[in-house]
Design a protein around this ligand. Sequence first.
Ligand code: MN
Length: 307
Amino acid sequence: MNASQTNVTRSRAVERLVQGQATSDGAGVKLTRVLSQNLQRRLDPFLMLDAFRNENPEDYMGGFPDHPHRGFETVTYMLAGRMRHHDNTGNQGLLGPGGAQWMTAGSGLIHSELPEQEDGLMEGFQLWLNLPAKNKMIAPFYRDIPAEHIPEFSTADGVTVRVIAGESHGIKGAVARPDTEPLYLDVHLPAGTRFSQKLPAAHNAFLYTYRGEAIVGAGSATAASPAVNGKAVADRHMAILANDGGDGIVIEAVVPTRVILIAGQPLNEPIAQYGPFVMNTAQEIQQTLQDYRDGKFEAVTVQALVA
Ligand code: MN
C-alpha cells in the first residue's frame, strides 16, 4: 500500500518503563502481565495487556477453558502458533500467525481459547479495551481477522507496519472503534531506521518492545547518529508515553527491533473490575454475578463476523 509521510514535530517522552509480571492464567498458561490493574487509570481506556511467548507446550497446552466476559473488548493478536476459540452459541474460529480477533463482550458471553498445536512456539498478545458506560450492555460480537486482511505498509526507510486498528501514514487499520478510537500497530524496524507516528495529545499511549530495543523520543537525532536524546526501551519492556504536548512519537532502532504501539482516547469513567467483568460500579458487578449465576450469559446470541 502507498503510505504518506508523517511529520512529528516533537516526540512524546517516556514517562515510565514497566517490566511485566510473570504470572499464569486460564489452565496454567504462562504469560507476562504487562499492563496490570494498577495502571488502568493511567492508561485509560486500556485495562490489561498480556504478552505470551512459550516454546514449551506445558506452558500453554491448557489454554483458557470456558470463561465469561462482560463490559469491555478483548483484542488477541497472534505472532506465532494457533488458537481455536468457541463461544456459547457454537461459533468457532481459528486464530493463526499474524491474525487477530477483536471481540466485543458487551452484555456478556462465555468462550474458550485453546491452543491448536502440540509443540512449537506460541506467541502473541491479549489487550483489554474498555467500553464506554453507554455501550457496556450492547449485544456481543466478534471479528476474526486473518493475517492477510490486516493492512500493512513499508516506509521508505524499510520499516514495516501492520495496522490492526486506527490509522497510520494514511493507511486505515482492520478495525475502527468509536469513543475509544484505538490505535494498534505492530512495527518492525530494521537496524538504523526510524519511525514516526502522529498521536492525539489527549490520547493515552504506550509501546511494548518484543524484539531488540526501541529508542523513543530522539526527535532531533538523525539516522546516522541515532538516539542522542532518546530513552531506550529494552526487550520485553513497556514504555508509558508522557502526555506532554508532543504531537506523536519517534521510534528509532540501532538493532532490529519490533514493538507494538497502542493509543486511545480515555473514557474518564469509573472502573469496577471483578476478574473477567469490567463495569462502572460495584452494584453493576453484583448484578453481573447474579446474571452469570442465573445462566443469562449462556442464553445470549453472539454474532461472529469473518473479516
Ligand atoms: Mn477470554
